[in-house]
Design a protein around this ligand. Structure first.
Ligand SMILES: *[C@@H]1O[C@H](CO)[C@@H](O)[C@H](O)[C@H]1NC(C)=O
Ligand SMILES: *[C@@H]1O[C@H](CO)[C@@H](O)[C@H](O)[C@H]1NC(C)=O
Ligand SMILES: *[C@@H]1O[C@H](CO)[C@@H](O)[C@H](O)[C@H]1NC(C)=O
Length: 371
């Protein structure tokens, strides 16, 4: 098939979450901290938050080989689509939960690891069921299946700690949902099927409806602190610059149309989440927050030298123009210093960028943790 079909996939970006009110009296705050601080982090979505679930399924869309993970402490690839940690790892660490959010499909996880949270995310996935089916010709774990795994998770935990404790645990946990980029970049803009059915406005609305359904399902399953991540400035991802620019070699720059589509989508998502929040805050005591990574990534790209980067227009792996997943492999050349690169491969950020995105989300996380 054509090159975009093979190469474009998942993306996704990240994170975040939840928030709530801050201080009352010091004493009361301390008690609240003890009782309500977030003890687990559950993650759903695509490659930006998949810590290795795709290692365990039959897809070629994996990252469990060198040079992926080369900057992790033991330089061991985990399935994370970066040279190091993901934003969700930094969040878990910041909350004092643990250093890494492991993939649920790892059957060797201890009860302790399961209790403190896992990722159900799958690289290549999206809200549109077609996305997980068609990514690189093989199936990845769609969002409904991720929810099914969460239901299975709850049943397993119930056997260990009992129903009541399990439900309390879930209520106090943070949830991050990060998807939608693959739906737009891959399914909508690279395959013909959906473009025949929907214009871009209608497709955005279709995705928003799916997002809303997903959040509703999470709440029905007990989630009360949910962060929904927006879509990155798609037109600035190196792969989009390569595939959608008129002169992809000599005049590389963001392709504004795609970034505008992402921005529009994020604006609608924020409005949608506010509505869902109003309805459900009273009903369930739930908190639903929009997690912006769009503006922070755009800021990093626009002012990359201020952040100590030398390059954003190509990734660190290979030529940096198209490579990702199996095209970024042990035979591929890698840049000397990934901390000089905004992107690790043609679509996924380096650990340094993921850390900067985490920093931009930290205030929201702090508020959440203090609930
Ligand atoms: C908080 O925890 C303390 C000690 O475990 C307990 O006595 C108290 O009832 C809890 N408060 C709430 C609101 O759960
Ligand atoms: C998309 O199609 C809808 C009808 O389904 C129409 O109302 C809308 O104006 C169209 N939007 C664009 C951008 O073409
Ligand atoms: C990035 O650039 C914009 C506009 O040039 C500026 O307003 C903003 O403060 C800069 N941000 C950083 C972090 O340098």
């Amino acid at each position: 098939m054509d090159c975009s079909y093979r190469i474009l996939f998942p993306i996704l970006f990240f994170i975040l979450f939840v928030s709530v009110s801050c201080s009352r009296s010091l004493v009361e705050t301390q008690i609240k901290d003890l009782n309500n601080s977030v003890q687990a982090l559950f993650v759903f979505g695509d490659s930006t938050v998949d810590s290795g679930n795709n290692n365990y399924i039959g897809t070629v869309f994996k990252a469990d080989f060198w040079p992926y993970g080369k900057d992790l402490p033991d330089h061991i690839p985990t399935g994370r689509f970066s040279d190091g940690k993901l934003t969700t790892d930094f969040i878990a660490s910041h909350l004092g939960i643990k250093e890494y959010v492991p993939p649920y499909l790892d059957k060797t996880l201890s009860v302790e690891e399961l209790m403190t949270g896992v990722s159900f995310a799958s690289a290549g996935s999206g809200y549109d069921p077609l996305t997980a089916q068609t990514t690189v010709h093989t199936r990845v774990i769609n969002m409904d299946k991720q929810l099914e795994y969460f239901i299975e998770y709850k049943a397993r935990m119930e056997q260990v700690i009992g129903k009541e404790k399990m439900e309390t645990h879930i209520r106090k946990s943070a949830f991050i949902v990060s998807a939608g980029t693959n739906d737009l970049v891959f399914t909508y803009f690279s395959l013909p099927v959906r473009r025949r059915q929907y214009n871009i406005t209608d497709y955005q609305n279709y995705l928003l409806q799916s997002t809303q359904k997903f959040i509703q399902s999470l709440m029905d399953l007990g989630a009360r602190k949910i962060g929904v991540v927006g879509i990155p400035p798609m037109g600035c991802l190196p792969v989009m610059v390569t595939l959608k620019s008129e002169n992809a070699i000599f005049q590389r720059g963001c392709v504004d149309y795609y970034t505008t589509v992402a921005k529009e989508y994020n604006d609608k998502l924020q409005t949608e989440l506010q509505t869902v929040m109003k309805i459900n805050a009273a009903k369930y005591g739930a908190i639903i927050v929009y997690a912006d990574i769009h503006e922070s990534l755009l800021d990093i790209i626009h002012n990359y030298t201020n952040f100590g980067f030398d390059e954003w227009k190509r990734g660190c792996c290979g030529s940096g123009l198209l490579e990702m997943s199996i095209l970024c492999n042990p035979e591929t050349m890698v840049c000397v210093d990934p901390t000089k690169f905004v992107f690790w491969d043609s679509i996924h950020p380096t650990e340094k960028t993921y850390h900067l995105l985490f920093m931009a989300l930290r205030n929201t996380i702090d508020i959440l943790a203090k609930k």
